[in-house]
Design a protein around this ligand. Sequence first.
Ligand SMILES: O=P(O)(O)OC[C@H]1O[C@](O)(COP(=O)(O)O)[C@@H](O)[C@@H]1O
Ligand SMILES: [Mg+2]
Ligand SMILES: [Mg+2]
Length: 343
Amino acid sequence: MDQGQTLSVLLDSYAVDPQRKAVAAAVGAIAAGSIEISELIGQGALAGITGAAHGGSNADGDVQKDLDVKADEIITAALKDVPFAALASEESDTLVDGDPNAPISIAYDPLDGSSNIDTNMTVGTIFSIIPNQPGVKPFTAPGSCQIAAGFVVYGPQTSLVLTLGDGVDIFTLDRKARTYRLIRERVTVPADTAEYAINASNHRHWEQPIRDFVDECIAGADGPRAKDFNMRWIGSLVAEVYRILTRGGVFLYPGDNRPGYGNGRLRLLYETHPMSFVMEQAGGAASTGRERVLDLTAKTIHQRSPLIMGSMDKVKRIELLHTDPSAASRSAPLFARRGLFRV
Ligand SMILES: O=P(O)(O)OC[C@H]1O[C@](O)(COP(=O)(O)O)[C@@H](O)[C@@H]1O
Ligand SMILES: [Mg+2]
Ligand SMILES: [Mg+2]
């Protein structure tokens, strides 16, 4: 495809059978809804969006912000003419049922990174499209069954990252034309990088393999890895993934010992499944530390899963620390600048 080509041209050429037509309609609808959300975010308080609590909480117990609720209304309304069997939204306790014979079901996080709304930082919309099999309960297949997934990132630019199961493409919103245009085709995650992202305030709650990995990174050139690492944490999954797709690195939201956080914070159906699909399609990896995220199956709509994803070498290192704890260099002081193995 040519640079600058519109998303709708790509979707038209993709839609060759009823299932693909439904996928194309869903992606087109989410893209249209996201343009509305992008405009609202751009206006902020001028459009009555402040990031203030809305007064309710969602099924996972999060306080809903005004934009969470508005974005959910926009995406759900945008999908109304799409032939779906069921919709699962972060902001809705139960599934929205559609036509049981429709070819697809759709899960979405209408507004990801909600804690950033009032600070004028990047937020996004995440989606996952799965095939529907009449007679089979929707959203009960492993993440590897997804047909399409992606996310929109509302940053300085609004961009849509999309996989239709054959690589990852990135489109940026042409605000004047109100259309998405291709800016990067067949994106690949750099394999070996030195940047990691984790909410380090949870250090004392982590399991040992996560501490070992982060401690190795912090030790930098003085530690067993003999290399300096850089750290970023935006608190917005969409922004972290966009950065990793651009310059590599690893993102971790592991399970930890806080009550309710045994499987981390992120939700399987509309956060970790779609992001893991995108990451694998871009040549990266996504794991819980012990297994591939795309092998997991949801038992409930808002089920959580740990997520460790990004450049292959880092994800593999963290998996190794889980399966073979002896791989950790807990004797790191021995490697320190004035340690036994350095002069
Ligand atoms: O505040 P924490 O625990 O660091 O969690 C940050 C994570 O929570 C999220 O905001 C969860 O998504 P929502 O905003 O959709 O609830 C992620 O975007 C982000 O990675
Ligand atoms: Mg989210
Ligand atoms: Mg959300």
